[in-house]
Design a protein around this ligand. Structure first.
Ligand SMILES: [Fe+2]
Ligand SMILES: [Fe+2]
Length: 436
């Protein structure tokens, strides 16, 4: 499925239905992504705010350890009862656990809120590191239903030297978490509505812009098709004074490719190839190109260069490159005896194999300055004689089975009608390809 909105210059522009679908899908994806990202950000910022408040509280509380009580931490012989009282006071006020450490990181005192003893039990499984840089340090744990925050604050004495550590554990209130989740859900709803509203407002604008791009893109495509027709016509004017050979071979080639199940994109390339197959003959001098009799060996060698000249000409246009396979390989033969490269069998691109069948058929059944047309049945016999050596036998068989009614129709149609038949195929495979 195509998902692009703006068509590349060498493809048919997408249909409006495709554009609607693409814009809708992209806006919907953006809508969901923005909403989820905003919701998550709101939640994260809320949680961070709570963490900061709790850490600040721990720092403020630890600051209440007076200059008299701090030295007790590092005096083993001192009365630790005073420290224990202090720790219990802290627990009563804000914490579920408070631990005091001396400067050697030995636990000196501990107080636990008895209602949360189970949480402290679980917390023991999470050993804490002591901050190396004398900075406060905190960690958060989810222990079953509870979310706890453990803060470790280095303690300094009056001289600024490390005196010990204060560790406080908070239980983050489930109501606070519920409030945050509700805020997140509300923000999500607001963001969803805002983005939806923006989408509704922007949709017609994007659509209108795309319509313009598609119009330009179609104009560009039309210009490319015209370039293909002009180039095909330029070479036709030089060697036969008529475009009809190009028109007929393009029609035959498309019908044979359809019957042989060739892919749609390859048929598109085949049309351009049919128009331009002999574009390199522009570079062949008149005395060889228009010579009424047979060419001698040297002249034929010059004539063969029309293939590489054609490839050179196509090099100038990215869009015309699609014709390259036919231009480069239309004189290859299935048994490897052709030119320029001597490719064999399926090494020859299918478009060039299809084209070789119809080019020979049309050359046989057309009038040329040096010969009359060969009757239909006889032309088919000659073609069958080429099956497997010059031409792909499977394609010859398919062609022989389907060509008669089309050949009769083209023979009976005025030139203008043949041109119209081809225009319809160009529209179907190139210009309106996306609508098909
Ligand atoms: Fe040729
Ligand atoms: Fe030809």
């Amino acid at each position: 499925m195509r998902t692009r909105i703006i068509a590349a210059c060498n493809d048919a522009p997408p249909s409006m239905e495709e554009i609607h679908r693409t814009i809708f899908n992209r806006l919907l994806t953006a809508w969901i992504a923005i909403s989820l990202a905003t919701g998550a950000a709101v939640f994260y910022i809320g949680i961070e705010k709570i963490d900061d408040q709790l850490v600040d509280l721990a720092v403020a509380e630890s600051g209440k350890l007076s200059s008299e009580s701090l030295p007790l931490l590092n005096r083993p012989e001192a009365d630790r009862g005073a420290l224990q009282t202090l720790a219990s006071d802290f627990v009563r006020r804000h914490f579920i656990v408070v631990e005091l450490y001396d400067k050697e990181r030995r636990k000196v005192s501990e107080a636990i809120n008895p209602r949360h003893a189970a949480v402290e039990e679980k917390l023991k499984a999470h050993a804490h590191p002591f901050p190396r840089d004398d900075q406060r340090h905190y960690e958060k744990f989810v222990l079953g239903e509870d979310t706890v925050l453990r803060v470790l604050v280095p303690l300094k004495d009056a001289n600024g030297s490390r005196a010990g550590y204060f560790e406080g554990v908070f239980l983050i209130d489930p109501e606070t978490l519920d409030r945050l989740r509700r805020e997140m859900a509300m923000t999500l709803v607001v963001v969803l509505c805002a983005v939806l509203l923006t989408t509704v407002v922007l949709y017609p604008v994007i659509l209108a812009l795309n319509r313009d791009v598609i119009r330009y893109s179609r104009d560009l495509l039309k210009g490319n098709v015209e370039l293909m027709e002009v180039l095909g016509s330029a070479i036709a004017k030089r060697d036969s004074d008529t475009n009809l050979h190009n028109y007929r071979v393009a029609i035959y080639a498309v019908k044979l490719a359809e019957a042989a199940g060739v892919a749609r994109a390859a048929i598109r390339d085949l049309i351009a190839g049919a128009f331009l197959h002999d574009v390199g003959k522009i570079g062949i001098s008149d005395n060889i190109l228009l010579k009424p009799g047979r060419l001698d060996e040297q002249e034929f060698a010059v004539m063969r260069t029309h293939v590489s000249l054609g490839v050179d000409i196509l090099e100038k246009s990215a869009w015309l490159q699609r014709a390259r396979d036919v231009v480069e390989f239309h004189h290859e033969r299935y048994d490897g005896s052709g030119y320029l490269r001597g490719l064999k069998g399926e090494e020859i691109p299918v478009t060039a194999r299809v084209f070789a069948v119809v080019d020979i058929f049309d050359a046989l059944t057309s009038k040329r300055p040096y010969k009359d047309p060969i009757p239909f049945a006889e032309a088919l016999d000659i073609l069958r004689g080429y099956a497997g050596n010059h031409l792909d036998a499977r394609l010859v068989e398919i062609f022989a089975g389907m060509i008669e009614p089309l050949f009769r129709e083209i023979c009976a149609s005025p030139d203008k009608e043949v041109e119209q038949m081809l225009k319809a195929l160009i529209n179907r495979y190139i210009v309106d390809a996306a609508k098909a």
